[in-house]
Design a protein around this ligand. Structure first.
Ligand SMILES: Nc1ncnc2c1ncn2[C@@H]1O[C@H](COP(=O)(O)OP(=O)(O)OP(=O)(O)O)[C@@H](O)[C@H]1O
Length: 239
């Protein structure tokens, strides 16, 4: 087994992004600018109604910025910009909404994870690749021990949350956006999810909207406060 050293690293760059919902007069996001390197966790916190969820929707491609740009910049280890910036594609982003388990659609864990996949997969290679992605997502969230035939609604709250995360991981996103990932969980499940976020961060970028600053702070690489009106302000890390 060799050691593979990446010759470059990626950074998410959000530049002057504003968003106004169609038919409205007021910006919900105002000149939002920030960057986040790969394998790091960015925390967004702020008052209810300030625009945190709107930011996730814009980053995830569910709403188109009225102004500004969102891109990935690759940089060599020497600090040189390697290529021109790539516009962030929605297919590279997974969003886990608040209480994602409320939106489970299928009757088994397997169907929930493979929802939308073609029923008959003739192409063996594609089939193998999808199975590998499935196994890797299940492993990543620590669901390997459970039967894939279980009804998702029969799982404990913590396991439901893990499954919701796995549903996004199957898509192999480079960036995972999580809206209040600890909401509604008991202390044990919260501890498990925090551990899980720590593991997930080793492979990808995470942007987490949360009020639970104390529990998440050990994982945070960058923190921003969203002020009312959609103004994002970088804050020092909590210690
Ligand atoms: N489609 C829309 N059209 C008009 N206003 C909207 C739309 N979507 C959200 N808003 C408003 O935008 C503001 C920001 O909402 P958002 O849900 O992003 O806030 P939030 O910070 O995530 O709040 P919370 O912490 O309660 O989830 C709110 O005032 C909300 O009412």
């Amino acid at each position: 087994m060799g050691i593979w050293v990446s010759a470059e690293y990626s950074c998410l760059q959000v530049q002057g992004v504003s968003y106004r919902a169609p038919g409205t007069q007021q910006n919900l996001l105002n000149q939002v600018t920030f960057s986040l390197p790969e394998k790091s966790l960015g925390l967004v916190y702020g008052r209810s109604g300030s625009g945190k969820t709107t930011l996730l929707q814009v980053l995830g491609g569910l709403a188109k910025p009225t102004e500004g740009s969102i891109y990935i910049q690759k940089t060599g280890l020497d600090g040189q910009l390697n290529q021109s910036p790539e516009t962030l594609s929605a297919s590279k982003v997974g969003i886990v909404f608040q209480f994602p388990e409320r939106f489970f659609l299928a009757d088994t864990v397997l169907e929930e994870l493979t929802f939308g996949w073609p029923r008959q997969l003739e192409d063996q290679l594609l089939r193998q690749r999808l199975v590998m992605r499935l196994e890797s997502a299940i492993r990543a969230v620590g669901l390997s021990g459970i039967s894939l035939d279980l009804n998702p609604r029969s799982l404990s709250d913590g396991f439901k949350r893990r499954l919701a995360l796995a549903v996004q991981l199957v898509r192999m996103p480079d960036i995972l956006l999580l809206d209040e990932p600890l909401a509604g969980l008991d202390w044990k499940a919260r501890t498990d999810v925090v551990k899980l976020l720590e593991t997930l961060k080793k492979e990808r970028m995470l942007i987490v909207v949360s009020h639970d600053l104390k529990e998440i702070s050990p994982l945070v690489d960058k923190a921003w406060r969203m002020d009312m009106g959609g103004f994002l302000i970088e804050e020092p890390l909590f210690t």
